[in-house]
Design a binder for this molecule. Structure first.
Ligand code: PEP
Ligand code: MN
Length: 351
């Protein structure tokens, strides 16, 4: 297990749900044949949004997974959400556990799992919570660390929001990137299936995660995706999975090529210099805001001047276009600057 765990890229695949013994075993055999899959996944208990949907077969599906493991030699992983799930998973020799997004949000549930895992030696992957709150994600990691789980990993499966359109769960890449910064030695893998919600999008999201130096992928695969009992639109056949994996370009986290290292160091030097100047300029800009705040206070004028704000945006869009900066970036950047400026003026005016 140890060497597989360290393998890069680390590929987990299998159906969203274990539906029947035959489906489970056939999927496993076909996935093993690709030679690309390290661990077999399957949902045993499914957290579904509405009652009446297929909620997994539960305990009766665990022997199917064990048979699939014995036949193919692939280690297995399942989602656990309660202490009972952990106990049953251990009985059926599941090799890796994962905590689902709907569980990571709930500290009571995560603590229940942590208590059940005290003294157990098993790797655990933790999916991000469904809402974009990385403190909850971190908190779950800490709860498992506290009970002595040493092999921990993270799975990025996107974040749900009202009105998500392009993706089922918005990737918000800056959040997993921040987790990677906090836990540089912890494997971070991407689950394009639940981010995309549609098999058409899988390839580009998988590649994007690799370009961001993720350590592996969890992808749902089913022998007959269109007739899957859950998450039909996002699953792919084992053959399609193999094509998808073959089409990915795996990049190196680093290079020992001297020329490359020197070129990169030079460019980074310049970037650091510019970043430093930008922060200095920002400080100067806020000093001006403070002065304006003082004038507004003396003259009893509101902080927010909508027309002025529109003028600033308009001219920034124009300039940004010439320099190859997207409108989206300009808005996000100026919003942040504006907010900081308002806070400065608020302080001047109300103290
Ligand atoms: C799953 O992996 O099938 C699943 C339910 O995922 P998530 O917890 O990311 O929704
Ligand atoms: Mn699923």
């Amino acid at each position: 297990m140890q060497e597989k765990w360290d393998k890069r890229p680390f590929i987990i695949s299998g159906p969203c749900s274990a539906e029947t013994e035959q489906q489970m075993i056939e999927t496993a055999i076909r996935l093993a044949k690709t030679g690309k899959v390290d661990v077999l996944r399957a949902g045993i208990w499914k957290p579904r949004t509405k009652p009446g949907m297929f909620e997994g077969n539960g305990i009766i599906a665990l022997p199917w997974l064990l048979s699939a493991k014995k036949i193919t030699g692939l280690p297995t992983t399942i989602e656990v959400a309660t202490a009972m799930h952990v106990e049953e998973a251990m009985k059926f020799e599941v090799d890796i556990l994962w905590i689902g997004a709907r569980t990571t949000v709930n500290p009571f549930s995560v603590q229940e799992l942590a208590n059940a895992l005290r003294g157990v030696k098993i790797p655990v992957f933790i999916k991000n919570p469904i809402n974009p709150d990385i403190e909850l994600w971190s908190g779950s990691i800490e709860r498992l660390q506290q009970v002595g789980i040493e092999q921990l990993g993270m799975i990025h499966r996107g974040f749900s929001a009202y009105g998500n359109t392009e993706f089922r769960n918005a990737p918000m890449w800056h959040l997993p990137i921040e987790m990677k910064r906090r836990y540089p030695n912890m494997p971070l893998i991407c689950d394009p299936s639940h981010i995309c919600g549609d098999r058409i999008l899988l390839q580009s999201i998988a590649q994007k995660s690799i370009d961001l130096d993720f350590d592996g992928l969890m992808l749902e695969s089913h022998i007959d995706p269109d007739n899957a009992w859950s998450d039909a639109k996002q699953q792919v056949t084992p053959d399609r999975l193999m094509e998808l994996l073959n089409a990915l370009t795996w990049r190196h986290g680093n290079s020992s090529e001297q020329e490359f290292i020197t070129a990169l160091a030079t460019l980074r030097e310049q970037i650091d210099q510019l970043d430093d100047e930008l922060i200095t300029l920002m400080g100067q800009r806020m000093k001006l805001s403070d002065k304006i705040g003082a004038y507004k206070k003396d003259n009893n004028i509101t902080i927010l001047q909508t027309r002025r704000w529109n003028d600033i945006l308009e001219s920034a869009f124009k300039k940004g276009e010439q320099l190859g900066l997207s409108n989206e970036f300009i808005i996000r950047y100026l919003d942040a600057v504006h907010l900081e400026s308002i806070q400065h003026q608020n302080k001047v005016m109300n103290t």
